[in-house]
Write a protein that binds this ligand. Sequence first.
Ligand code: PXP
Length: 249
Amino acid sequence: MALDDKVRLGVNIDHVATVRNARGGDTPDPLRAAQLAEAAGADGITAHLREDRRHISDVDIEGLMDVLEVPLNFEMAATEEMQAIALRHKPHAVCIVPEKREERTTEGGLEVAREENRLAHFIAPLRDAGCRVSIFIAADQKQIEAAHRIGAEVIELHSGAYCDAHHEGRFEERDAELTALREMSAFAHDLGLEVHVGHGLTYETVQPVAAFPEVRELNIGHFLIGEAIFRGLAPAIEEMRRLMDEARG
Ligand code: PXP
């Protein structure tokens, strides 16, 4: 398999911090998980510093910047506070996500088209600082065009609706969501955007998405951290890696 054919796997370690924070101590340590993920074949580590710090903390981000050998994909809301933190650390990549305090997880994609001007000004200093800016959006042509216009280099398409439909047995809807992801991956790629996909991916749902030729990276967290309880983190990641490579091959 040519190197270019490989889809990168970004492992999201937020929920190691969720478990740690449930008791308020130091364990399990997300940095240790990140290093283990790196050793197990993760091509990058993703961490979302939420405004309410419900899982990843500022200290975790500092630690990740210090210890990681693979790139850090820093997920953040488009706020001044987060922009200042990103500019202080200058991670390899910054992924701009919508954030609502009351949500359990990032529910939808960013409404780029509605906030084009503000977002264009918001991401410019991040790009100038050398961060690759990614925008987390739904598989929607209008949002992709807007992400391109504001100067993003990367988009990450939200796969949550596809995965939910699959696991809830709504197969017609699942297939429609998958078609949208496929068509919009190709559309974004033709505009010159690098295409990533993430949210809700599992062993059952990863392969059709990993097989899209335009997809360069998948970001996966919750399922892998859950699966780690049963088979250990490294084997859980290795199996995901194997499925991705198999889909690509
Ligand atoms: N990509 C983005 C932009 C996200 O916000 C998340 C969830 O934090 C993920 C990927 C990973 O989603 P999951 O934890 O459901 O695998």
